[in-house]
Design a protein around this ligand. Structure first.
Ligand code: 4AD
Ligand code: MG
Length: 477
């Protein structure tokens, strides 16, 4: 095909030159003005058609959603709303779009409706903006780590282990489910399965990242992870992307510093590179919040909220300190929490996390040193053995965005913890080997990529920030 100029580039080009553009018609006004979009940026290019000298059957085919190619001259625009426009010299219809059946009309559609037509929602302003921002964040993550000499590690997607020990795994098998081979004892005969053992989709690349960190020092993973948890919330997906840095010779404080530096870097990067999309998403949020009662609306605009996160150090406190605050909080005393905080040891629910972040501190919070009972087996035991060196980063409107810890590097203690928590040590000798051969203190964390995209775009449902969401009862496309 002939060379096309991207609309993003043409909008800042000098008038007077000929260009070829291709894209999809958003609107066609008065048989004269086409608003054309090619996804390279939010803005449309206005194309002016000399309708009196154009074939009427061709004009009829310029409908919302149709793909077209235009050769024309870029001129300074006379009209309002754009500085340049293209005078069409030749129009070619590349793909017709029947307006009678095309589901996307030039009007406001609900996010719920668009979720059902996720294959077409990329063609809306909201979703094209979200996916450009998502891309920019992914790029910035690699840039952040590359600039700091981290090695990008591809952890396996099919594994034989449960990294979190939570048993929320999707099994992977090629066994015939209608005729499952059994052992003499009547168990499933996994030796006959594809890998000769039971396997599942990974819930986290952490354990493999730890192996690499104990040689390469600074590594990170960035890949899809899978959780078969039956959580039907606006914060949970069954398939989500996670970024997991793991660093040798880091302790919990270094880990918190890395997490805070990274989040601030990513937010700054998006502010610097996605201005047009952020302004649009900010306005979208304003419109959405008009439906809510005054007291439920955000105090800050989207961009103010992002800048506020950059301007203040995250509040760091221990789980024990947080429990005291929550115990004495007004909602707890008035019985407003669905899960009242009665004593030390309680697991924190999203309502508690959000109280701390949104009401009490009014900024991002890092909670540390949780009771060992509510955290994973691999976390470093504190002195006294009641708590572990865990950290959760909590964000306004999101709750937990990062979970991480300093790792238990002492062989004997790790083995004991695995036994206590019924983690099959015999199947994980490879993990224990790092503690047998040249073990060192190390730490890492996992950032839920979609929760970050949620925060940055101001969207409210995680299903709207991943192209094709997977959640209980849904694996469309
Ligand atoms: O707290 P999690 O379960 O921690 C881990 O997986 C560790 N192995 C990470 C590490 O230390 N390397 O998950 C980490 C983050 C959460 O804070 C959350 O942001 C996100 O992953 N997350 C989810 N995001 C969407 N849907 C889900 N079902 C998620 N579960 C966790
Ligand atoms: Mg967690």
């Amino acid at each position: 095909m002939s060379k096309r100029t991207r609309i993003k580039d043409i909008l800042s080009a000098t008038p007077g030159q000929d260009h070829t553009v291709m894209g999809w018609v958003r609107t066609f006004r008065n048989n004269q003005f086409i608003a054309l979009n090619d996804g390279s940026c939010l803005a449309n290019l206005q194309i002016v058609v000399d309708f009196e000298n154009e074939d009427p059957t061709l004009l009829k085919r310029i409908t919302t959603g149709a793909a077209i190619k235009i050769d024309g001259e870029l001129i300074a625009s006379q009209g309002k709303g754009q500085t340049v426009e293209l005078t069409a010299k030749n129009i070619e219809i590349l793909g017709d779009c029947d307006p009678e059946v095309y589901p996307l009309q030039p009007k406001r559609h609900s996010l719920e409706f668009l979720r059902e037509i996720a294959h077409l929602r990329f063609r809306t302003n909201t979703f094209s903006a979200i996916f450009r921002v998502r891309h920019t964040l992914a790029y910035a993550i690699h840039k952040f780590f590359n600039d700091r000499n981290f090695v990008y590690l591809h952890s396996p997607i099919i594994t034989g282990s449960d990294a979190e020990g939570a048993g929320e795994m999707f099994q992977v098998t090629t066994l015939d489910l209608n005729n499952i081979p059994r052992t003499d004892e009547g168990d499933i005969h996994f030796k006959k399965d594809f890998f000769g053992k039971a396997t599942n989709l990974t819930v986290s690349g952490q354990l493999e990242a730890e192996l690499a960190a104990l040689a390469l020092c600074d590594v990170y993973t960035f890949g899809p992870t899978f959780r078969a948890e039956n959580s039907n919330t606006t914060r949970h997906l069954a398939e989500f992307w996670m970024i997991e840095p793991e660093v040798a010779f880091n302790d919990l404080n270094d880990n918190m510093d890395l997490a805070e530096d990274m989040l601030k870097y990513l937010i700054q990067y998006v502010l610097d590179h996605c201005q047009e999309d952020l302004l649009f998403l900010e306005q979208r949020l304003v419109e959405e919040e008009k439906q809510k009662p005054q007291q439920d609306r955000s105090e800050m605009s989207l961009i103010e909220k992002l800048k506020f996160c950059l301007a203040h150090p995250f509040e760091r406190l221990t789980y024990t300190e947080a429990i005291e605050i929550l115990k004495n909080s007004t909602p707890n005393k008035k019985g407003k929490f669905q899960y009242p905080i009665e004593k030390w040891g309680a697991d924190l629910q999203s309502e508690h996390e959000r109280y701390l972040v949104e009401k009490h501190f009014k900024k991002p919070v890092i909670l540390t040193n949780y009771p060992k009972e509510i955290k994973a087996f691999y976390m470093r035991l504190d002195e006294g053995e009641k708590t572990v060196r865990a950290m959760d980063v909590l964000f306004p409107g999101i709750g937990e965005i990062i979970g991480g810890s300093q790792r238990e590097e002492r062989y004997d203690v790790l083995l004991r913890r695995m036994e206590e928590m019924h983690i099959p040590a015999e199947e994980m000798s490879w993990f224990l080997d790092t503690r047998r051969f040249g073990t060192v203190p190390h730490a890492g964390f996992g950032l839920g990529f979609e929760r970050l995209v949620l925060f940055v775009t101001g969207m409210t449902n995680i299903r709207d920030v991943i192209p094709f969401p997977r959640f209980p009862g849904n694996a469309e496309f």
